[in-house]
Design a protein around this ligand. Structure first.
Ligand code: UD1
Ligand code: CA
Length: 501
């Protein structure tokens, strides 16, 4: 039903008598944004990207996207998403009617006449419509032989939308925009979703007659409805019951609402596919992410972009994964990871930061307060606590003690650290790259490793410990530390005196 990521067309052949026109030329003033409205994102994809995806599912013979405001940015985004679209520029005449008019001129016609198939008009800012709703709309339109079939919805708050005005017989008479509506018209709660199927020929004929004499000085597509009806052509309306499908994004509040509704749909899709998602309200999954069956997602988790999670993995709570690959049965808690690969059965977090190029092999561990970047950590190897591992290759069965730091940058260039198999490092080591630690080697606590360590060697770099007796009392007299030292000294002297007696 809500198959928003289907990649196969529903029909096996393109329907040459169906053209889809996507309107994306408007400025989107109410967004108050430097970014064109249709490029604002929900579910990890621009609004117009969702519309293009849905359009593709109908296998139309032609897809035209109309651009004007920030045309280069919008055109580039659109052609990047689908290589089948034709981008058409709207001229200086404003309004949805003009946008459709220029789109029609770009469609192929027969015998010098224009396109005479069906024209499905979609808005680049109505992102949640699903393909099934549109397929029914086109089928109904073709079955009824109406000149126009529009999609409407009954909503609690119709503000901002065009109202569907019906005659006494209940038939659609016209659409009136909010800014042009009388008080009685504004009270109507059936709204125009901005989605319609038109027969090509009458659409072209009536658009030529639509003017700009209205509150916004625009050529309204919606005026075609009234013109067609005044000449006795049949206009049908299909009322959707799920009003979320028709939500138009005009401002940031509606953007957030559309994002929430889309996310709820995505979460439900993965739940029905076998993922346990404990708290849908705080789990955000991009439409491009994939979860295998028996994945568990705990609250406050963001699974973004091309992230793929293998079966049985546990993600969260409080975890963000962007473009990551998580293997089967891995656990990733309170972690932020980007462009990282986490192997099967591996354990990450809590409080880990995996930057691009991190590859953690099967059964490995990246533990608490650990940052990694551009590093490979071999099978079963562990970086459990308080570490920075950058530009490093670590073999199998390695354990780095707490506080391992790779000093990978010497102010001029980045260098690599190479650690072999079965290496165990002491706590609080600095590996000054470029440096290699051979297989099975060990390092002492606090070592600063500046030279390569041969396989099987023990590397010690810290000078032997020397205790300077009485230093605190001599050099810090009068401090609390000196007082404590003095008390300890007299207690010890008393013990020593008794032992001598
Ligand atoms: C439009 C409809 C309204 C409907 C609502 C549904 C008209 C006149 N009104 O109003 O009846 O209830 O959608 O969401 O059609 N666009 C262009 N060129 C333009 C102007 C707009 O391509 O010159 C594009 C916009 O980029 C947008 C879409 O058309 O994707 C709708 O434009 P918008 O200004 O948002 O229309 P609404 O006021 O929402
Ligand atoms: Ca709109």
């Amino acid at each position: 039903m809500t198959n928003t990521t289907a990649s196969e067309p529903i029909a096996d052949r393109l329907d040459e008598s169906l053209a889809i026109v996507i309107l994306a030329a408007g400025q989107g003033t109410r967004m108050r944004s430097a970014l064109p409205k249709v490029l604002h994102r929900i579910g990890g994809r621009p609004l117009v990207g969702h519309v293009l995806d849905t359009a593709r599912d109908l296998a139309p013979g032609h897809v035209v996207v109309v651009v004007r405001h920030e045309r280069d940015q919008v055109a580039e985004a659109v052609t990047g998403i689908s290589d089948r679209v034709v981008v058409v520029d709207q001229d200086e005449v404003p309004g949805t009617g003009r946008a459709v008019e220029v789109a029609l001129a770009a469609l192929p016609g027969s015998d010098g006449r224009g396109f005479d198939g069906d024209v499905l008009v979609l808005s680049g800012d109505v992102p949640l419509l699903d393909a099934d709703t549109l397929i029914s709309l086109v089928r109904d339109h073709r079955a009824s032989h109406a000149a126009i079939t529009l999609l409407s919805a009954i909503v609690d708050d119709p503000s901002g939308y065009g109202r569907v005005i019906r005659g006494v017989d209940g038939a659609v008479e016209r659409i009136v925009e909010q800014k042009d509506a009388s008080a009685a018209e504004a009270a109507v709660t059936e709204i125009n979703a901005g989605v319609y199927v038109f027969q090509g020929a009458p659409l072209r004929a009536y658009l030529a007659r639509v003017g700009t004499d209205n509150a916004q000085g625009e050529k309204y597509l919606t005026d075609v409805v009234g013109l067609a009806r005044s000449e006795g052509l049949p206009v049908a309306a299909s009322v959707v019951t799920d009003v979320s499908l028709t939500l138009g994004v005009n401002d940031r509040a509606q953007l957030a609402e559309a994002g929430r509704l889309l996310n709820a749909r995505t979460v439900r899709r993965w739940q029905l596919a076998g993922a346990t998602i404990q708290d849908p309200a705080t789990t955000w999954i991009d439409v491009t992410a994939e979860l295998a069956p028996d994945v568990t997602v705990l609250p406050n988790s963001h699974i973004l972009r091309a992230t793929v999670v293998g079966s049985g993995a546990i993600i969260g709570p409080d975890t963000t994964l962007e473009d990551c690959e998580v293997g089967e049965g891995a656990t990733v808690r309170r972690t932020d990871a980007t462009l990282a690969v986490i192997g099967a059965g591996a354990n990450v977090g809590p409080f880990a930061y995996l930057r691009p190029g991190t590859v953690l092999a099967a059964k490995g561990k990246i533990g608490t307060f650990v940052e990694t970047k551009n590093s490979t950590i071999g099978e079963g190897s562990k970086v459990p606590h308080l570490s920075y591992i950058g530009d490093t290759t670590i073999g199998r069965g390695v354990n780095l003690g707490a506080g391992a730091i790779t000093a990978n940058y010497d102010d001029i260039a980045k260098h690599r650290t190479e650690i072999g198999d079965e290496v165990h490092s002491g706590s609080h080591n600095v590996f000054v790259a470029p440096v290699r630690i051979g297989d099975g080697a060990k390092t002492g606590a606090g070592a600063v490793i500046r030279k390569d360590v041969p396989a099987g060697a023990l590397a010690l770099s810290v000078a032997p410990q020397r205790n300077v007796e009485g230093w605190v009392e001599n050099h810090r007299p009068g401090t609390a530390a000196a007082d404590a030292a003095a008390r300890a000294r007299s207690a010890q002297e008393a013990v020593d005196g008794q032992e001598e007696a």
